[in-house]
Ligand binder design. Structure first.
Ligand SMILES: NC(=O)c1ccc[n+]([C@@H]2O[C@H](COP(=O)([O-])OP(=O)(O)OC[C@H]3O[C@@H](n4cnc5c(N)ncnc54)[C@H](O)[C@@H]3O)[C@@H](O)[C@H]2O)c1
Length: 519
């Protein structure tokens, strides 16, 4: 059971009546006077305002903060690279024509007044006014930070993928279950969109008939971030730095790795690389190829294209078909990016993976659920598209950026990333969809505000950990199959969280942690 401390909000909820009286006698707690006492319509009294913190104020964390800072109170910002955090505020302050951008200006005000930290542990220790925390670091530190925040009684919004591993997804899922008062949300914003909700209604109403096959694809990482590259390293006596006459793929990879290491990159001022590494057990030296953004492709920090886009694409079939965990998983892929094992072993492999392959496919087998048949789901990344199902008209293009195809007995449904632009074929099935009632509530705010409202006791979150942890576990299981090796099929027992047929695969359900950063 988590060590749940009393938050400011708990305090407010539990003491409303007493505090209301006390506010007039001893004005020590002005923030707890309800809005209807103080202000007119539209006035947001401090007691209705969420005090939130952001850990990881990079591209996405600053984006999430920008949405929430317009309506709530940002009291703390924690980033191991506060100069980068500041630059992300600066990039939002002006429009392209140089005129002030109102939301960005407000974000700047909030950013400047917020307490600044580089270590989330210090932030949780010192800033006792925090009600809720947005976590948008690189994926490998999501779980350790979210766990600490939840154990300190904070509501949490954790970017997708919720966690780096199956084990971590289980830990956060359990913490959420044990602390039902905490509002939890994964940052898969497509879950809050109308398209996703319509897809779920149509599929569950039976418009497609029985769905036994789903195809999910994305063009990531191609053109977005590097994968299948080796780690920057100095040339050594065994292998020359230049091409010479060797233009094999291996020689080209080596030269790329050497070239990456030849420039001298100094650490940006103020960057706490030790805290960036966090739970990574190895002392990976700083290099700008990791931070910001490109950490995604590196096995130390990210979960590849599947981790990056799965939560925006597997989400819709997962919800619509009521899936939980697969019983079998197999992966196929182009080559990994590798680095030499040091010291060089005298037998066995001499290299180990360091970046994910450029293209991967994963096949998941989900069992029957009640009267719904078993489902086979195919994942494709790196730009590979699925074969066209017979019911998809020849003149309809699959969006190469990413999408999903549900293949049913009466029709197919195709949609884009985030559940956008859903289309049903043939016309008879599309017509049937128009008659399906809107049974799922629509979210009329942003995904971030939906979470903030839930934290304030108004409604529930769209993508709580109860759901998100399962979805993340499935995504991570694809990586387990990939790491176990191509040409193998994993049999998975979700009840015991065990790969039952290949014992060595179980090591990939979790990772080794640096001491003090265990999840
Ligand atoms: N929902 C979406 O559409 C969406 C889009 C982009 C990114 N994301 C997710 O958001 C997260 C961040 O991605 P990004 O693109 O913003 O990456 P980024 O590299 O731009 O930002 C990460 C930030 O975290 C900081 N950081 C790293 N370790 C830290 C630590 N231990 N403590 C405090 N700060 C730390 C870095 O300095 C950086 O500012 C990822 O999980 C990513 O998958 C979601």
């Amino acid at each position: 059971m988590a060590d749940k401390k009393v938050t400011r909000r708990d305090f407010v909820e539990n003491t409303t009546k007493a505090a209301l009286a006390a506010a007039f006698v001893a004005p020590k707690f002005p923030s707890i006077v309800p809005r209807h006492v103080l202000g007119g319509p539209g006035f947001q009294a401090p007691s209705d305002t969420l005090n939130f913190a952001v850990v990881g104020f990079g591209g996405m964390g600053s984006g999430n903060a920008n949405v929430l800072a317009q309506v709530e109170n940002m009291v703390a910002v924690c980033d191991v690279d506060l100069a980068f955090a500041d630059s992300n505020v600066a990039s939002k302050e002006k429009n392209r024509d140089g005129s002030p951008n109102a939301p960005g200006v407000k974000l700047r005000e909030q950013f400047n007044k917020a307490k600044k930290y580089t270590d989330f542990r210090e932030m949780l220790d010192k800033s006792k006014d925090i009600d809720a925390v947005i976590i948008a670091t690189a994926d490998h530190n999501h779980a350790v930070i979210a766990k600490a925040a939840m154990q300190a009684g904070k509501h949490v919004y954790v970017q997708k993928p919720l966690t780096y591993s199956v084990h971590e997804a289980r830990v956060l899922g359990k913490l959420a279950k044990d602390n039902p008062k905490l509002a939890t949300q994964m940052g898969n914003q497509g879950h809050s969109r109308d398209g996703t909700r319509s897809i779920v209604e149509w599929v569950q109403a039976g418009v497609l008939g029985d769905v036994k096959e789903v195809h999910v694809w994305t063009n990531r990482p191609v053109g977005y971030w590097p994968q299948a590259v080796s780690r920057p390293r100095q040339p050594n006596a065994n292998v020359p730095a230049g091409f010479g006459k060797n233009f094999s793929q291996g020689a080209i990879n080596n030269v790329t790795a050497y070239q990456l290491a030849t420039a001298q990159y100094s650490m940006p001022d103020g960057l706490r690389w030790d805290l960036y590494l966090g739970g990574v057990p190895e002392d990976v030296p700083y290099h700008p190829i990791y931070h910001p953004f490109n950490w995604r492709g590196w096995t130390d920090f990210g979960v590849g294209a599947l981790g990056d886009m799965g939560a925006h694409l597997i989400d819709q079939p997962y919800w619509a078909l009521g899936l939980t965990q697969p019983t079998a998983i197999e992966a196929s892929a182009s080559p990994w990016g590798t680095e030499p094992i040091v010291p060089r072993p005298t037998s066995g492999p001499t290299t180990k993976p360091c970046t994910y392959p450029m293209a991967t496919t994963v096949t998941y087998d989900f069992p029957a659920r009640g009267n719904k048949p078993a489902v086979r789901m195919y994942w494709y990344d790196g730009g590979i598209l699925p074969p066209r199902p017979a019911m998809l008209p020849d003149n309809v293009q699959m969006n190469p950026d990413g999408g999903v195809l549900f293949v049913g007995t009466k029709g197919v449904l195709m949609h884009e990333t985030y559940g956008d632009n859903p289309k049903i074929y043939p016309e008879s099935a599309a017509q049937a969809a128009t008659k399906v009632a809107k049974s799922i509530v629509r979210i009329d705010t942003s995904h971030e505000v939906n979470w903030a409202n839930a934290a304030k006791g108004k409604g529930t979150t769209s993508s709580p950990f109860e759901y998100a942890a399962n979805l993340t576990e499935t995504m991570c299981l694809g990586i387990v199959a990939l790491k176990t090796g191509v040409g193998r099929k994993l049999v998975y027992d979700a009840a015991s969280m065990t790969v039952t047929n290949i014992p060595e695969a179980n090591q990939y359900l979790t990772r080794n942690y640096r001491k003090g950063w265990e999840v």
